[in-house]
Design a protein around this ligand. Structure first.
Ligand code: AMP
Length: 218
């Protein structure tokens, strides 16, 4: 099963991607996570991507598309994958479709996580993440047990540079302009299912599973 999780920054794609990855035993492929790992290790790709990420802009398609094409060819993705944060514009969606077709594969379902803008800003501005395992917290709504320390692995938690106020606005504007048209793109292909992104993590997972399994044989 090949899935796409679509939604604005802060909609909960990362959190839900993790749950779905465990449930279906298929990898979560987060382009944001792969890019951040490259930035951390100062690879040539990371150095190039960083200037775009810091501004809240999209990293050029050729970089991201190449990264995803390589990743979906890895063995663990053979039985399916969950794309989180990709595609983010029409060109990426079209290239993905062509790449999958060459592999005799296709996207089975696109889940759109819907959250209103005010809530997205609230979530992003208070978000803190673990440097090591990527677990996500919120300073007010789900703080870690010990300040600055991840409950799951004990590593340091931090605020992503692009979760600062100015960059949040830029990222949401990019989402609305570049990514939102994908809702119609996938709806036309009868692949799109909208899921309410407000609620408890478990409730939202249930809704997503319902949306996937209602159509799992198509
Ligand atoms: P995310 O963790 O998904 O919010 O992504 C963080 C940043 O990585 C974005 O603001 C972009 O700069 C970059 N990025 C992640 N995925 C993509 C993509 N599919 N295309 C272009 N840039 C991306």
């Amino acid at each position: 099963m090949n899935l796409i999780l679509l939604g604005a920054p802060g909609a909960g794609k990362g959190t839900q991607g993790k749950n779905l990855s465990e449930r279906y035993r298929i990898p979560q492929i987060s382009t944001g996570d792969i890019l951040r790992a490259n930035v951390r290790s100062k690879t040539p790709l990371g150095l190039k991507a960083r200037e775009f990420m810091d501004k809240g802009a999209l990293v050029p398609d050729d970089i991201v598309v190449g990264m995803v094409s390589d990743r979906i060819r890895e063995e663990d993705a053979g039985g399916g994958f969950i794309l989180d944060g990709f595609p983010r514009n029409l060109n990426q969606a079209e290239v993905l479709e062509a790449t999958l077709a060459r592999m005799d594969k296709k996207i089975d379902r696109v889940i759109g996580m819907e959250v209103e803008r005010k809530e997205l800003v609230r979530r992003l501005s208070g978000r803190r993440v673990c440097r090591k395992c990527g677990a996500s917290y919120h300073v007010i709504f789900s703080p870690p047990m010990n300040i600055g320390m991840c409950d799951k692995c004990g590593s340091e938690i931090y605020q992503r540079d692009d979760d600062k106020q100015e960059t949040i606005e830029a990222r949401l504007a990019v989402y609305e302009k570049e990514t939102l048209p994908l809702v119609e793109y996938y709806a036309k292909k009868d692949l799109y299912a909208a899921v309410d992104g407000i609620g408890t993590v478990d409730q939202i997972t249930k809704n997503i599973v319902g949306a996937i399994e209602g159509r799992s044989n198509t």
